[in-house]
Design a binder for this molecule. Structure first.
Ligand SMILES: [Zn+2]
Length: 317
C-alpha cells in the first residue's frame, strides 16, 4: 500500500524537512501545500524542495492553498488576489461578499488559470491535488448569488436563482465545481500532460454531506481530466478516531465508478497504535493508498511522535 504524507511547512522551513528519513521509512509521496502568497515570493524554495524529494525517490503532489480562498479552506491561507480584487468574491444569501472567490467570475478564472500554469511551470511535480474546491456554505447561508451565477443559472434552468438551497441549486453548484476541476486540470496539463489531477472533497460528517458543491463524488469522478479522488477519514472535526475507515472505503468503492482511483486521507490521531492497526486493516482490504495528515511538525529534529509515525509507515509499507 502506498503511503503519502501531507507537508504543510512554510516555504522557508521546507529545507528543514528530513526527506531522507521519509524516504528511508518508505513514504511514497509528499503532498505539499503551496500557499498562494508564498508561491509569489518563494517559488524557488518550493521547487528546490520538490527536486530534493524526487532525488530521494519520493513522488511530489502540489496542493494549492488559498488561490482566491477557493482551495484548502481549513488552512486559512491568505489570498493577495482576493484582497486586491474584492469584487470577485462570492455573494451569500444575505447579500454579503464572503472571503472566497466565485468560480464563475471571469476575472478570477483568468487569473487562477494563469497562476496555476505558473505553479506547474515553476515547480517540478508529479501532479496536483485540489483540496476542497467549494462554494461558500455556513449554517444554511450559501453562495454564490453574484450576477454571473444568477445569469448562468437562469440560462441553464430557465428560471431565476432561488434564495433557498433547492435540489436544483445544489445540482447547479455541483456542476460548476466539476467544471472548475476540469478547467484547473486542463490548465496544469497544458504545461505538462503527465501531471496527475486529484480532487479532495470536503469531509462529510456522517449526518450527511455538506453542500459545498463538491459533495457529488460520482460527478467529480467522471470529470474530464481528473485522475482520482482523495477521500478524508474521519469525516468531521467531531470524530477523533479512525474506527470505521474500512467500511467507509468499501462503501465509497461501491458508490464510485469501478475504475476510479481512490486514495484515503487519514487525519491522524495522536495514538500511533491506532494508526498502525488502521493501516494494516486497509492494506488487508487492498486499499491502494493513503495520505497521512499528521499533527506533528515535519521540519527539523522530528519529535518522538513524528518518528513513531514514520516507524509505523516503515512497518506497513
Ligand atoms: Zn458567483
Amino acid at each position: 500500500m502506498r503511503i503519502g504524507l501531507v507537508v504543510s511547512q512554510p516555504a522557508d522551513r521546507l529545507d528543514a524537512v528530513p526527506l531522507h528519513q521519509l524516504a528511508d521509512a518508505g513514504v511514497w509521496a509528499v503532498f505539499l501545500r503551496c500557499f498562494e502568497d508564498e508561491v509569489r515570493w518563494r517559488a524557488p524554495a518550493i521547487d528546490a524542495f520538490a527536486r530534493a524529494a524526487v532525488s530521494k525517490g519520493l513522488r511530489v503532489f502540489l496542493v494549492p492553498a488559498g488561490y482566491g480562498g477557493l482551495f484548502s479552506p481549513e488552512q486559512h491561507a491568505g489570498s493577495l488576489f482576493l484582497q486586491a480584487h474584492p469584487h470577485t468574491r462570492q455573494v451569500d444569501t444575505r447579500g454579503r461578499r464572503v472571503p472566497k472567490a466565485c468560480p464563475n467570475h471571469p476575472a478570477y478564472l483568468e487569473w487562477l488559470m494563469s497562476a496555476l500554469r505558473s505553479l506547474a511551470w515553476l515547480v517540478d511535480a508529479d501532479g496536483f491535488l485540489w483540496e476542497e474546491p467549494s462554494f461558500y456554505y455556513l449554517r444554511g447561508v450559501w453562495g454564490c448569488r453574484c450576477h454571473y451565477c444568477q445569469e448562468l443559472y437562469a440560462g441553464r434552468q430557465q428560471g431565476p436563482l432561488p434564495v433557498e438551497l433547492t435540489q436544483s441549486v445544489a445540482v447547479f453548484r455541483q456542476q460548476v465545481v466539476a467544471e472548475l476541476v476540469a478547467t484547473v486540470s486542463a490548465a496544469v496539463k497544458s504545461v505538462d500532460a503527465k501531471l496527475a489531477s486529484l480532487v479532495m472533497p470536503t469531509p462529510a460528517p456522517q449526518t450527511g454531506a455538506v453542500p459545498t458543491g463538491n459533495e457529488n463524488w460520482r460527478l467529480l469522478a467522471s470529470t474530464q481530466g481528473l485522475d482520482g479522488l482523495v477521500l478524508t477519514w474521519p469525516p468531521g472535526p467531531g470524530s477523533a478516531s479512525l474506527t470505521g475507515v474500512v467500511p467507509f472505503h468499501d462503501s465509497a468503492r461501491a458508490w464510485l465508478p469501478p475504475k476510479t482511483p481512490v486514495l484515503l486521507r487519514l487525519v491522524c490521531p495522536t495514538n500511533v497504535t491506532e494508526l498502525e492497526i488502521t493501516l494494516r486493516q486497509l492494506a488487508q482490504a487492498r486499499a491502494p493508498g493513503v495520505v497521512l495528515d499528521i499533527p506533528h511538525s515535519l521540519a527539523g529534529q522530528l519529535s518522538p511522535s513524528a518518528r513513531a509515525v514514520l516507524q509505523v509507515v516503515q512497518s506497513v509499507s
